[in-house]
Design a protein around this ligand. Structure first.
Ligand SMILES: [Zn+2]
Length: 380
């Protein structure tokens, strides 16, 4: 899903292409194909050139974000280019509202700058003024055929204006939505700011799908679906975070089981231990009864040879926490470390374990309750 190819460093920012770029040649063939006439090769060449130009403008947009972040002392990890846009990965959100607004606005501003330059050059061309008039009023007649340079300048102007204004729509996850969220956070809670901008993302995304239908433009439709999906995920994430801050560790704590799995045990014995529990991950101990790591049921079933020892199959990495730790912070640490879970120590003794699967189950359980409450408004 997230496979990418590194294409190099641009101004020191690692830049990667998303795998879905393999779809670009297919899209070009789709646009260049005309029923009855077949594939028009001049169209293939034209659209390939235009696509390259478009990527270049998207790259300028993302560099606007990344280089502004760097200028404000904030790390820009990398730029990822997707066929329908790009993203500058800035892992640590800046604390100051001013920095956030500057960084999010820098992408659209970079495009506006390119558009302004293209406009300046275009008005100096023989047919420039006429081309601009045609862009502004498509019902007027374009009586002269503009030169290739004029057409490219016109496209540069139009594409960059669309990129700038499109990204400034006040919808999460677009730049405009992020700017709005940063500003709303000054007066409202994080939660309220996220709810407002993501609901706007879903609403504006739905509106854009209707627009794409009337324009007959599938690419706009796909982009709008992305806006809706990102907003829905962010809305849900905000809800989950709130749920976890209100939870205590006991709700997900799994006490250490009586029947222990040891690294030297055979796989067949470990499978028997899994048969006695609904857990899909269990702790593994060394012969001094110290925790060595975790083993997953599915791994044993898929790869495990029944006579091999468990130590061939377990993950030696885990994190530790105390029973009084905050569940949201612990979940974030587990996700960050990319481990199955945490061992909970109290006074040097393991009192239990917190596994991601149990956190997910807790969230699912309360989501069902949440929906039920909405469906039956009579109940308290
Ligand atoms: Zn942007």
């Amino acid at each position: 899903m997230f496979a990418t190819w590194r294409i190099g460093r641009i101004f020191g920012v690692p830049t990667e292409l998303h795998w879905s770029f393999v779809l670009v040649p297919l899209a070009i063939l789709f646009y260049a194909y005309q029923p009855g006439f077949g594939l028009r090769w001049t169209q293939v060449q034209w659209w390939s050139g235009i696509t390259l130009l478009l990527f270049f403008f998207v790259l300028i947009h993302e560099l606007g974000h990344a280089l502004t972040a760097r200028a404000r002392g904030i790390r820009a990890e990398k730029i990822i280019l997707f066929p329908l846009g790009g993203g500058a990965l800035i892992p640590d959100e800046p604390e100051r509202t001013r920095d956030q607004v500057l960084i999010y606005a820098a992408g659209p501003l970079a495009n506006l700058l390119v558009a302004a330059l293209a406009l300046l050059v275009l008005v100096g061309q023989p047919n420039g003024a006429m081309l601009i008039r045609y862009y502004l009023d498509q019902s007027s007649n374009l009586v002269v055929m503009p030169a290739l340079a004029e057409r490219l300048l016109g496209i540069t102007l139009a594409v960059n204006v669309v990129l700038a204004l499109g990204n400034l729509l006040p919808a999460y996850p677009l730049d405009g939505g992020r700017i709005l969220r940063a500003l709303l956070k000054r007066g409202l809670s994080d939660r309220a700011a996220t709810v407002i901008t993501t609901v706007m993302g879903i609403t504006i995304g739905a509106g854009l799908i209707a627009v794409s239908y009337f324009l007959g433009d599938p690419l706009l439709g796909i982009s709008s679906l992305f806006i809706i999906a990102f907003s829905a995920v962010e809305l849900n994430r905000g809800w989950q975070r709130r749920r976890l801050t209100r939870s205590v560790m006991e709700e997900v704590l799994r006490p250490s089981a009586a029947g222990r799995i040891y690294v030297t045990d055979r796989v067949s014995r470990a499978r028997a231990a899994f048969a006695l529990t609904d857990a899909t991950v269990l702790p593994v101990y060394n012969n001094y009864n110290e925790l060595s790591g975790f083993v997953e049921k599915e791994v044993l079933q898929r790869e495990g040879h029944r006579d091999h020892p468990v130590r061939y199959y377990y993950e030696a990495e885990f994190i530790t926490a105390r029973p009084t730790d905050n569940l949201l912070e612990l979940t974030e640490r587990i996700v960050e470390a990319n481990v199955y879970g945490a061992a909970i120590y109290d006074g040097g003794e393991i009192v239990g374990f917190v596994f991601t699967e149990d956190v997910i189950r807790l969230l699912d359980r309360s989501r069902r309750r949440f929906y039920k409450r909405f469906r039956s408004p009579a109940s308290p």
